[in-house]
Design a protein around this ligand. Structure first.
Ligand code: DLL
Length: 433
């Protein structure tokens, strides 16, 4: 598929490296001059902007972690003035504190540009009707994909997530040709459609799926493509980067990371040492052009492999292979990030329940379910059944409002959940892709 931005997308690799170096250098200088956080960090690690004399020198800079985002809640890492911000998105953090990301107009512009290149590379453009079934709102999926799709001239149908039967009717009536959602939601949609007597393959114009926001596999791709009669493309991003930003091209051989937008390193998660292309490790990202919420050597937590071989599509930018897991314990339930520490945080604030809990993730049909089994306190346990029901409802409500995902709660007798010596295993994940 033809590049959206030919000048950038197929530029010779050495020129791309030079461009990355220039962008990195001016980013580091700007952050050193304008941001207290980055200046302090650089000083602590004894690096100055002048020490960055080549792209490899980026490795001299310290890493950033999710904890840095949490510690600087809500806007301590912002590098733009308040009145320059045109939007916020908010995602869950490791504890009660979420991560707030601010965007300047130029940040939204670059985000849309990144997705415009990505969508063009998988053949989406003018004449397509893209049904955006990612959530709109604080989550970046809906609005991010929306702006990118408008940029390439597609017609957007902003259905957001849920109300599946209506989504299928609209898909037929408005001749949706492409859909953006989590792979598990598309699987669910296919099943609901069949119950309605609709075959997505035969009775709709759907031909492209832009699927991501949660881990999925090649097997799942094969199943969806065959069953629904589509080409399914992997889309990747995180709220800290801006949101969904990068996809595969029509070769389906890894996700192109636009080098002028993000500099990707892959490091050994234990030692932080850089790994050569082809080796599996943790992805570290520096956002080269972001204004309001820049990131330098951010340990994103996703495990992948960097591929610098030229792609058969002609684009010269590096690719990452399908995300193979995470280094931390973040769970993704219906596309929503959930940390066991958030569950603990909520439970510890409710006196009637004890400290021991277990999270059971399963898949009913195509949809993830989450159950929290928690021991009630001795005092509450002697209460009447009706009182226990009230406690259960209250815990469910608190968890739902904190995590933004429906959670079932099972209250169990004190002392019945497994105890662990050493590292506890709080999560039982029964999903198999
Ligand atoms: O999930 C942004 C997004 C929206 C991506 C729509 C794609 C489509 P967060 O909620 O911050 O942002 O979650 C980011 O989700 O670190 C990965 O662990 C996981 N993730 C996202 N895309 C993929 C993917 C959005 N294609 C976290 N494959 C990331 C595997 C993915 N995991």
């Amino acid at each position: 598929m033809a590049p959206w931005n030919r000048q950038i997308e197929v530029m010779p690799t050495d020129e791309l490296r030079q461009l990355q170096y220039r962008l990195a250098k001016s980013l580091i200088r700007r952050l050193y001059e304008t941001s207290e956080f980055y200046r302090r960090r650089m000083k602590e690690h004894d690096v100055r902007p002048d020490d960055i004399g080549s792209l490899a020198d980026i490795g001299k800079l310290p890493f950033m972690y999710k904890g840095d985002l949490r510690d600087n809640y809500p806007d301590g890492l912002f590098c733009a003035q308040k009145d320059e911000l045109v939007r916020y998105h908010v995602s869950s953090g490791t504890t009660g504190k979420p991560t707030v990301v601010g965007y300047t107009r130029q940040d939204i512009e670059n985000w849309s540009e990144s997705l415009a290149r990505a969508f063009s590379s998988c053949g989406l453009g003018r004449g397509d009707v893209l049904q955006v079934s990612y959530g709109y709102g604080l989550f970046t999926g809906g609005l991010g994909v929306h702006y990118g799709a408008e940029r390439v001239g597609a017609t957007v149908l902003p259905t957001s997530v849920g109300n599946t039967e209506r989504q299928i009717e609209l898909m037929q009536d408005l001749h949706t040709t492409a859909i953006a959602c989590t792979p598990s939601y598309l699987l669910h949609m296919g099943e609901v459609a069949e119950k309605m007597g609709v075959s997505i393959k035969n009775d709709t114009d759907l031909r492209i799926g832009i699927l991501g926001a949660e881990p999925w596999s090649e097997q799942m791709r094969g199943r969806l493509e065959e069953w629904l009669g589509i080409r399914a493309y992997d889309i990747y991003g995180t709220s800290e980067l801006s949101g969904p930003m990068f996809t595969e091209c029509s070769e389906q051989q890894g996700i192109h990371i636009w080098g002028d937008i993000a500099l990707v390193e892959v490091v050994d998660p234990e030692t932080g040492e850089a790994l050569p292309p082809g080796e599996r490790g943790e992805m570290v990202v520096t956002m080269l052009q972001k204004e309001a919420f820049p990131l330098v050597r951010y340990r994103i937590g996703d495990i992948t492999v960097l591929d610098e071989e030229p792609c058969a599509c002609g684009r010269t930018h590096p690719r990452i292979r399908r995300i193979q897991g995470r280094v931390d314990d973040m769970l993704i339930v219906r596309g929503i990030n959930v940390f066991p520490s958030q569950v603990e945080h909520v439970l510890l604030e409710i006196p009637e329940v004890g400290r021991h809990f277990q999270i059971v993730i399963d898949r009913k049909g195509a949809l993830d379910t989450m159950l929290v089994r928690v021991e009630v306190s001795e005092e509450a346990f002697s209460d009447k059944i009706t009182e226990l029901m009230v406690i259960k409802k209250a815990v469910e409500h608190r968890l739902k409002t904190t995590l933004n995902v429906a959670v079932g709660v099972e209250l169990v007798e004190p002392g019945t959940l497994p105890r662990f010596e050493g590292k506890s295993k709080k999560v039982v994940d029964r999903r198999s892709l």
